[in-house]
Design a binder for this molecule. Structure first.
Ligand code: SF4
Length: 399
């Protein structure tokens, strides 16, 4: 039996993949530890240059405190030498996410005789329903490292959600690289049907989608979100740019008018969040100002801002004309606008009731995934009724 620790960098899919390796090692009788251990697994990210640098740093740090380090995930599958030159105890696992847990467990070796306590996060479970992407956004390295879109069977997904609910999870987040591409053709499922059936699983309190492309926000899905009582009033819809010329240069296959029109039915009562890339090669000041306008017009609250960095093997790998200080300045302006929108959204909840899933001492998320600050004694893992008293820089203060 070996002791191990698992870390992930990046998105919720990376989280799920790291969790799959962790569960496989636990099932093999290995023991999870917080500090130094025999084995470290670092599930990496490569979505920006900075993400790769952080992943490499994490692997190097782990190599000092662990006998062997497995570098897995998107960064490990990136062409080139992102992890070369690290100590000999670092093993780069350039494999698809479906194969990685078995490979790592096999390499770690001998199966122990006791089943370790899973110590699972019992509040929120991320359930991967789909992986890969068959789109070809010109800046994006994800299709190169994760391959084409593929889906799990609906039976496997629904079975996993039932298991998570039995384990005590209150919330499930359906997760994928391009979630709207979800298909189980043999059983006749698209995402909308999966949402309806997942949301109806007895004992599940809350269901959320991790992220969805605007092209997949159609009437069928909106109806499923509205008509499934457990579905959280939150949707994360990447915008990437609010300028039609930039969107076209990115190969995003929608216009700002489409983005706004498709979100219109949700604007009133959903908390809409997004991702934006700042400093894309064709983004000038006017194009950036268009992004600020669309962010406001769409009613977006939290915007995750990604300063553009060219990724190897992509359509824009050789293009990066926007100076770093311009990217920094635009990023700061967009983050400030997003923070102001969050504060305004939170203020609208003062004096109103909500149900908060407490996920850490003193903190949790309301029905639309707005952050709440609750009494420190509120039990972690429980849903509690609250009323908004005031707003701080970090969320809504419960009365
Ligand atoms: S939709 Fe575009 S940005 Fe998203 S993973 Fe696919 S190629 Fe990348």
């Amino acid at each position: 039996m070996a002791s191990f620790s698992v870390r992930f960098l990046g998105c919720k899919v990376s989280h799920v993949d790291a969790h799959a390796v962790r569960e496989r090692l636990l099932a093999g009788g290995h023991e999870e530890r917080d500090g130094a251990a025999d084995i470290a697994v670092v599930n990496t990210c490569c979505v920006t240059h900075e993400a790769v640098a952080k992943s490499r740093k994490e692997a190097a740090r782990a190599a000092r405190t662990h006998r062997r380090v497995y570098v897995t995930g998107c960064g490990a599958n990136l062409a080139g030498d992102a992890f070369s030159g690290l100590p000999d105890n670092v093993v780069v696992v350039a494999r698809r996410s479906e194969e990685t847990p078995e490979f790592v467990a096999g390499d770690v070796g001998a199966i122990g005789c006791v089943q370790a306590d899973a110590r699972l996060d019992r509040v929120r479970a991320f359930v991967k329903v789909q992986d890969g992407c068959s789109f070809s956004c010109r800046f994006c390295v994800i299709p190169l490292v994760r391959g084409a879109s593929r889906s799990r069977s609906a039976g496997a997904v629904l079975g996993e959600i039932r298991r998570r609910v039995r384990e005590g999870h209150r919330e499930v987040v359906l997760t994928g690289i391009n979630l709207g591409c979800y298909r189980d053709r043999a059983a006749g499922y698209r995402l909308a049907r999966l949402v309806r059936e997942a949301g109806a699983i007895p004992g599940l309190e809350r269901l959320r989608l991790s992220s969805i492309e605007i092209n997949h926000v159609d009437e069928e899905l909106v109806d499923a979100l509205r008509e499934t009582p457990t579905v959280s009033r939150h949707l994360h819809v990447p915008l990437q740019s609010g300028d039609d010329g930039v969107l076209q240069a990115m190969g995003r296959r929608y216009s700002t008018a489409t983005y706004l029109r498709r979100l219109e039915p949700l604007r009133e009562d959903f908390n809409l969040t997004s991702d934006v890339i700042v400093g894309f090669p064709t983004e000038d000041e006017r194009a950036f100002e268009n992004t600020l306008k669309v962010v406001a017009e769409a009613g977006l609250t939290k915007v995750h801002v990604f300063p553009y960095s060219p990724r190897p093997g992509t359509g824009t790998a050789a293009e990066d004309p926007v100076p770093p200080q311009v990217k920094r300045e635009r990023s700061a302006r967009l983050r400030a606008a997003s923070h102001a929108a969050c504060l305004a959204h939170w203020r609208s909840k003062v004096g109103r009731g909500d149900v908060v899933l407490v996920d850490r001492p003193g903190r949790g998320y309301g029905d639309d995934y707005s952050p709440w600050l609750v009494p420190a004694a509120a039990p972690v893992g429980e849903l509690i009724g609250v009323r908004g008293a005031s707003v701080s820089e970090e969320g809504i203060l419960a009365a």
